[in-house]
Design a protein around this ligand. Structure first.
Ligand SMILES: Nc1ncnc2c1ncn2[C@@H]1O[C@H](COP(=O)(O)OP(=O)(O)OP(=O)(O)O)[C@@H](O)[C@H]1O
Length: 811
């Protein structure tokens, strides 16, 4: 009756992933078909389908021939299972009924699967709010037994075959919808969907290209099994007199007729029953065989609990913007899941061409910070910040519409060349509005004024042309898109809150899609396993620049070549699993720069790579950054790697930044004991191998249970009562330097060091930065000396293998 399967969504998802990624699918199918289960399923299903086609052609006459002399005969050679009340041959009737029984069951299944698919994928298409309503509806529908639903619908749609088909179809839909919804939600949480969303791909396209191909196989399994269940349901309804009506007959009706004479001759009732069981088995076994072929097995669910004590909040001192507006400005960013807040007040800025590293142990909140910036935290996650600006646009949820209204304003004003005039006029009209709008509350007035001054500030920023090449959203939009924007504005879009926020979301999507790129830790999950690599890259420019298929493809190949993928044209036609790990990561970086981003967020992009490939990838990122003056937010737990690519390092601990310092100061002048401990824990050629490696005692706190005071205190050799009582705020103590420690002055001497060759207890982080070149802030080449200081290196050579910056066809 339902789309029931013995497997849960987790198992089905595991199957899908395995099916797509492992390759050798043909082998698995052959093996599954050759197994006893596969052979039985194939023979049974083929038999049922064959009968459905040929039985009416061969036995229709015999099945309907009334023979009054042979009424209610028992089994004989002429009638193997006897005759019915009119002397008709029961076996012939059962065989002929195959077509109607199977046909109607398949039709009902098709209706159920389609309705379930539409309902189950609706949350992906319609967004979170509508998704929650649809989810609630599905939950209610699933709570009713499907037979009850079928009876209910049968009464509504009327007695007869048509009513029964609709009834069974709609009764099948909720279970199928639930399965689809769960699997789509699981896939939606994968990195490649996040990458597609960051790239600004629309919801429909994400659903069709990325979600459905990845859940198709388990859905086919489930639909096959649902056909078996529908067959049984149909027989039940016909048996009850609610399904097929005379003179037509299906197995359910034959079962009902046979039951009346069961004491006279039981074989008559048995034949239809056996047919129903065999056909249902055929579908169910076929489903099982398909499931095995795609490798179904149980998967663990990854649940995170959500209750925790709260922790006293400490506000980090925000960084000043400086003369040039930052690309990215984050102030007091919090990310919460229920009562747990794994990110607690992060403040940072990234300027044009600047590379900022975020380091910290696992679980310190690095990835969540990046995801929050890229707007990729899904409910129940909640992001709040005092400021979250990218390219001057406020990304915060509540102010999205407002911020983007300003963005549109700016865009239109740029077209007319009167941006300043416009913002001044807006300010003037604002003042006038205030003077006669006595009913407005004070906070509202303040926020309006702030908005206007914000707008003016941003206008000024644009006027200073801080990013004429790239950061201007207007420049990124095609002329038709710009015209579109103005047209919509002209139609009073801002007076319609609903339209306004929809448009704002689109514009925000476009802004992030074109200007921000994310490179994730695991390229295997970041690339859609069912799509050719070139096509995935091409999608970005097709979506945002309206490029035709051929141009987009050429650009994808060009970018693959630029990130040093050998045989780019051929490789572009391959699936991700045909790439090596390093190539996949480079392809991800290629994808990241398809749309000329202003900021790249790289979340542990080299963790899974060997040192040679790691070096190549780091070099590639450095080259792109230097050549394009792209900002970089580089996340890693590896201090050495961050030291190689970044200008500044932010050290995170327990969801907060505990130190912000230039990379040069990392080795010899870090003030926080945690930073120094991290540096000391990195072994290098100078490490004394006769002594144990430096380790940080204890473990980072669980976000559910952050201790009072400084969260590092339980592990810190310098901790005092004050540390255990009071959490120090991140405070600026010199230009570009912030630290959150009550004993920042003592820290350099506080960490035991086992490095024989170091002086004064300084840790040496080996440095192999070959070049970042260009205009990025790390413009000189450096090497680490034994005493841990960076010096300018005299080797000016670039790495031949990886040196080429991106080629010229910037759109
Ligand atoms: N969806 C979520 N729900 C609840 N807690 C979460 C969620 N995602 C992450 N966390 C928790 O937030 C904390 C920070 O996670 P995050 O992924 O940012 O750590 P990280 O510093 O990037 O670690 P790693 O280096 O291992 O990737 C962790 O304790 C993690 O368990």
């Amino acid at each position: 009756m339902t789309a029931a399967t013995n497997s849960g969504p987790g198992e089905l998802m595991a199957a899908a992933t395995k099916a797509v990624s492992a390759g050798g699918a043909a082998k698995r199918w052959t093996a599954a078909l050759r197994s006893p289960l596969g052979i039985t399923a194939a023979v049974l299903l083929a038999g049922v389908l064959l009968l459905a086609v040929v039985a009416p052609l061969i036995w229709q006459g015999r099945a309907e021939a009334v023979q009054s002399a042979e009424i209610l005969q028992g089994p004989s050679s002429a009638h193997p299972v006897g005759t019915d009340l009119l002397g008709r041959d029961i076996l012939a009737r059962v065989l002929v009924a195959t077509r109607l029984s199977v046909g109607l069951a398949l039709l009902a299944t098709a209706i159920g699967v389609t309705a379930g698919l539409l309902l189950g994928t609706a949350p992906v298409l319609l967004g979170r709010r509508a998704g929650r309503w649809i989810g609630a509806f599905i939950n209610i529908a699933v709570a009713f037994p499907s037979l009850l639903l079928a009876l209910f619908f049968a009464v509504i749609f009327g007695v007869g075959a048509k009513g029964a088909v609709l009834a069974i179809g709609f009764a099948t839909a909720p279970a199928f919808a639930r399965l689809t919804q769960t699997m789509a939600a699981t896939i939606s949480g994968r990195d490649f969907i996040a990458a597609a969303r960051v790239a600004g791909i629309g919801r429909l396209r994400i659903l069709v290209r990325h979600v459905l191909p990845n859940i198709a196989e388990p859905l086919v399994v489930s639909a096959t099994m649902a056909a078996g269940a529908a067959l049984l349901s149909f027989a039940s309804l016909s048996f009850l007199g609610l399904g097929v009506q005379a003179p037509s007959y299906d197995w359910g009706r034959l079962l009902g007729e046979g039951l009346a004479q069961i004491y006279v001759h039981p074989a008559g009732a048995l034949a239809a029953g056996v047919a129903v069981v065999l056909a249902a088995m055929a579908f169910n076994l076929a489903g099982e065989a398909v499931a095995r072929a795609i490798g179904l097995r149980s998967a663990q669910t990854n649940q995170r609990t959500q209750t925790a004590p709260t922790h006293e909040e400490q506000r980090a001192e925000p960084e000043p913007d400086g003369p040039e507006k930052p690309l990215l400005a984050v102030e007091n960013l919090h990310v919460s899941f229920g009562a747990v807040t794994p990110v607690r007040g992060v403040s940072l800025t990234v300027r044009k061409g600047e590379a900022i590293g975020i380091v910290g142990e696992s679980g310190s909140g690095k990835s969540l910070t990046a995801l929050a910036i890229a707007q990729l935290i899904e409910r129940p996650g909640h992001v709040r910040a005092d400021r979250l600006e990218f390219l001057g646009t406020d990304l915060r949820e509540r102010s999205t519409a407002r911020g983007l209204a300003a963005l549109r304003e700016r865009s239109a004003a740029h077209e007319l060349g009167d941006l300043r005039e416009r913002s001044e006029a807006s300010e003037r009209s604002g003042a006038a509005g205030h003077s006669n709008a006595g009913e407005r509350s004070k906070p509202l007035e303040r926020s309006d004024m702030r908005e206007r001054s914000d707008m003016r500030e941003r206008s000024d920023m644009r006027e200073r042309s801080d990013a004429p090449e790239r950061s201007d959203v207007r420049k990124r939009s095609t002329p038709s898109k710009r015209f579109d924007m103005r047209e919509r504005s002209g139609k009073g879009e801002r007076s319609n809150a609903r339209d306004g926020s929809e448009l704002s979301k689109n514009e925000l999507r476009r802004l992030l899609g074109t200007s921000l790129s994310m490179v994730f830790q695991d390229p295997m999950t970041s690339l859609n396993p069912t799509q050719r690599v070139g096509r995935q890259l091409a999608e970005v420019v097709r979506e945002h620049q309206g490029a035709d298929r051929r141009t987009a493809w050429r650009r994808a190949v060009d970018r693959l070549a630029a990130v040093r993928i050998p045989g780019a044209e051929r490789r572009a036609r391959q699936l991700p699993h045909e790439f090596s790990g390093g190539m996949r990561q480079r392809a991800m970086i290629g994808m990241g720069v398809m749309a000329n981003p202003a900021l790249i967020i790289a979340d542990e992009p080299t963790t899974a790579l060997d040192v040679t490939v790691q070096r190549q990838v780091l070099q590639l990122i450095a080259n792109i950054r230097a050549a394009e003056r792209v900002g970089l937010l580089f996340i890693s737990h590896d201090v050495t790697v961050v030291g190689q690519v970044c200008d500044r390092v932010l050290v995170m601990y327990a969801g907060r930044i505990v130190e912000d310092l230039p990379t040069d100061a990392l080795l010899h002048d870090a003030r926080h004991p945690y930073t120094r401990a991290l540096v000391a824990a990195v072994p290098d050629m100078t490490t004394d191998r006769t002594k144990p490696l430096a380790v940080i005692p204890g473990r980072p706190p669980d976000p559910h249970d952050v201790p009072a005071g400084c969260p590092y205190a339980p592990r810190c050799p310098l901790a005092t009562d004050q540390c255990r009582r009071q959490d120090p705020a991140l405070t600026s103590y010199a230009a570009g330097r912030r630290v959150a420690c009550w004993h920042a002055d003592l820290a350099p001497a506080a960490v035991p060091d086992n490095r024989a060759a170091t002086t004064g207890g300084q840790a040496a982080v080996p440095d192999n930065r070959a070049t970042t070149g260009g205009q990025g802030a790390v413009s000189e080449k450096r090497a680490a000396t034994a005493d841990g200081h960076f010096v300018a290196a005299d080797d000016d050579k670039t790495d031949d293998q990886i040196a080429a910056p991106l080629g010229g066809d910037r759109a």
